[in-house]
Design a protein around this ligand. Structure first.
Ligand code: PAF
Length: 280
């Protein structure tokens, strides 16, 4: 696996592959890799001739009070994991490559980004859309793979790809979970042993809520029950538990549509913010 830090080297390798007629799959990450990231690498190696992963902790998607400085960084371990999964190239740019001196351009997906996470992390999707657009222009992949754990992120990126005419297919990968149901996340590393024992309640409550709704409980009631169960388990601040249209992310409050919608939640356990979602 080649470890590349400059744009010139990245472009020369990718253009060589393209000249040979090889397809390129791309898995953007912020490192601290877990089985969820590696399952995206597996999807890419199965569907594309060459696979590139990127590791870049993107400052513009963190608010000043968030965990940019403490975000877990383990580059050597990440390289070993990627190499073990057959990744062909890992791109690890410096901040100055992604945000050159004097930079000011931003990409925003204002309406899709304003839903769900929007009121709680108003800076977040602007930062994600900006860095992903830059990475897409740098890597020029045929397909890009994103985990469904960050469900709104996938919808924001799909919207951006359509709006900015990127010729890239966005492929969502299913959420990887621990045996007790907790969605894998690099931020799970922040949880204490007691918090880790409480954390699976987020998924369990969404699961129970889905069953209640399927059995005819009105969404408003089932969602309020889920919110109460998550609080009761020890989550301090349940920011949202919503049923949404899977494409538009618009809230569903009265009757369920006859197509699968999405149950989606965000809540704080101590200083750690957890998100999760399931198909209904
Ligand atoms: O999901 C992530 O890890 C990040 O938001 C992404 C897509 C790599 C952009 O920094």
């Amino acid at each position: 696996m080649q470890v590349v830090r400059t744009l010139e080297e990245l472009r020369s390798i990718v253009r060589g592959w393209k000249r040979e007629g090889l397809s390129v799959g791309f898995v953007p990450t912020m490192g601290a890799l877990h089985a969820g990231h590696l399952s995206l690498v597996d999807l890419s190696t199965a569907q594309c001739d060459r696979t590139i992963a990127s590791i870049f902790v993107n400052p513009t998607q963190f608010a000043p009070h968030e965990d940019l400085d403490s975000y877990p960084r383990q580059e050597q371990q990440d390289h070993d994991l990627l190499r073990g999964r057959g990744c062909d190239l890992v791109f690890c740019p410096e901040v100055s490559v992604m945000y050159p001196e004097g930079e000011e351009t931003r990409v925003s997906v204002p309406q899709m980004g304003a839903k769900l996470e929007g009121p709680f992390r108003p800076h977040f999707f602007g930062g994600v859309a900006t860095v992903v657009a830059k990475l897409f222009n740098q890597v020029e992949p045929d397909k890009a793979f994103f985990g469904e754990k960050d469900y709104q992120q996938v919808q924001v990126i799909k919207r951006m790809v359509i709006d900015l005419c990127f010729g890239i297919e966005i492929v969502p990968g299913p959420t990887a979970r621990a045996g007790d149901g907790l969605a894998l996340s690099s931020r799970n590393a922040y949880l204490s042993a007691v918090q880790r024992a409480i954390a699976p309640v987020l998924f369990a409550s969404l699961h129970r809520c889905a069953i209640r709704m399927r059995n005819g409980t009105p969404p408003e009631i089932a969602l309020a029950e889920a919110k109460a169960a998550i609080s009761k388990a020890g989550f301090e601040n349940v920011e949202y538990v919503d049923a949404v249209d899977p494409g538009t992310l618009d809230q569903i409050t009265d009757t369920l549509p006859d197509y699968p919608c999405r149950l989606i939640a965000a809540a704080w356990l101590g200083k750690t913010r957890l998100i999760d979602n399931i198909a209904l």
